[in-house]
Design a protein around this ligand. Structure first.
Ligand code: C6P
Length: 418
């Protein structure tokens, strides 16, 4: 087996040290210390197989797709469409045509707000989001509602950061046209009961969009089991390149949506006399030359994740999360923000008398990369009445030793601010 084959062959047992060797950046030193990378919710590191896939594409296959009769173009087209198939399988979509390649979760939400929202939301209608949404799953709906004279309703959460299901159900009515909710919160880690929420939304004829940006990296996702109408995610949070992301949509809904961006690649026929007719989905939503290498890299990342197994990843990360959470609960002066029962590997906290940015800076001096800020979830920060939190977000290549180092680092910070 060569290095690539070995990396994507199903892994018999979970071996974190072997996995770490596939991520060269994890061997880097920063500020004279071993890098401890705990900013995975912002973006994940990339395994060698993803780098090799990009290298192979650019050095052996580079061509534009869907428009060349020559061999390289055919090969590139095959790889790009194969990647679409891989994503479709990964989400258990009914067919590859339900997968649209876009720049990321943000672009995907905007496309649905534009394509579906502008057609179906009118004056007096309602769109529901939750209190814990990322700005990418708030602002497009706010803009839509303002434009259409509709109302944006917010499903509340409790202090642990769990969505209040009964209150959410109470918000639903015949006026609800769209529910847009995150699968897992980037700032809290909370996993939402999206399957149940979808069933509730459907009872009132509303469509459900699930923001899976923090879902797919941490758990196995089956869009047909969830029953959602749209599911969006960004490749770069799933060990793939930046600039590539996915909109899954049920075929009939996508087919009924008008194009958003127009140009080459998304047309059937263009005529000055008769105007333009558009290609079927998914091409209708992929105007211009897409991020071909990105899609190929995303397929390689999915192969890598599948080799470990999403369920194995979820179990390992959960164990790490519990381990670090227990230790942090013991650090005096710290308040954990987000203590839901169902969580992915995100630990957010604030510390008495210390600003999150100062904590982040001190941890950085120890080689520990965390995010300090509002995490593009300002309404959530307002709910907790904090300007920002420190967030450590995990991936399957993190270790118990790194959790220990984080806790030691935080204890050191506490000494400074006591
Ligand atoms: N969250 C974080 O540090 P883009 O930027 O389009 O790839 O992803 C946007 C997005 C949407 N939804 C959720 C739940 C997210 O977490 C993000 C990105 C990063 O938490 C960057 S702000």
């Amino acid at each position: 087996m060569n290095a690539i084959e070995e990396s994507v062959a199903p892994m018999a047992t979970f071996d974190v040290e072997r996995i770490r060797r596939d991520f060269p950046v994890l061997q880097e030193r920063v500020r004279g210390k071993e890098l401890i990378y705990l900013d995975n919710a912002a973006t994940t590191q990339k395994p060698l197989t993803v780098a090799y896939a990009l290298q192979h594409y650019y050095t052996s296959e580079n061509a534009n797709i869907h428009r060349g009769v020559h061999l390289l173009s055919q090969q590139a087209t095959f790889s790009y469409e194969r990647a679409r198939g891989r994503v479709g399988q990964f989400l258990n979509a009914a067919e590859p045509g339900e997968i649209v390649f876009l720049r990321g979760a943000t672009e995907a939400v905007n496309l649905v707000a534009h394509g579906y929202g502008r057609q179906h939301v009118g004056p007096g209608d309602e769109v529901i989001v939750s209190q814990m949404e990322h700005h990418s799953n708030i602002v497009p709906w706010q803009v839509l509602c303002e434009e259409k004279g509709a109302t944006l309703r917010v499903a509340p959460i409790n202090d642990a950061g769990e969505l209040l299901l009964e209150e959410y159900e109470g918000l639903l009515s015949e006026r609800t046209k769209i529910v847009a909710v995150t699968h897992a919160s980037n700032a809290l880690g909370t996993v939402n009961p999206v399957q149940e929420m979808t069933a509730m939304a459907h009872k009132f004829g509303a469509v459900m969009l699930v923001d899976g940006a923090q879902g797919v990296p941490h758990m196995s996702v089956d869009v047909r089991e969830i029953g959602c109408d749209f599911y969006v995610f960004s490749g770069h949070k799933l060990f793939a390149p930046t600039g590539i992301g996915v909109l899954y949509g049920k075929k009939d809904l996508l087919n009924a949506m008008p194009p958003w961006e127009t140009g080459g690649g998304m047309i059937q026929r263009v005529s000055f006399e008769q105007g333009t007719t558009y290609a079927d989905v998914p091409m209708r939503f992929e105007a211009g030359t897409p991020h071909i290498a990105g899609a190929i890299g995303l397929a390689a990342a999915i192969d890598y994740v599948n080799a470990i197994g999403p369920a194995v990843i979820a179990e390992y990360e959960d164990e790490l999360l519990r381990y670090v959470t227990e230790q942090l609960e013991d650090v005096e002066g710290i308040t954990l923000i987000g203590t839901a029962k169902e969580k992915v590997g995100v630990v957010s906290f604030v510390m008495d008398d210390a600003h999150p940015h100062d904590i982040g800076t001190i941890l950085d001096a120890e080689g520990i990369a965390v995010r300090a800020g509002h995490h593009c979830a300002q309404p959530l920060m307002q709910f907790y009445n904090v300007p920002a939190t420190v967030r450590a977000s995990l991936a399957f290549y993190n270790t118990r030793a790194e959790m220990d180092a984080l806790v030691t680092g935080i204890r050191k910070v506490r000494e400074v601010f006591k």
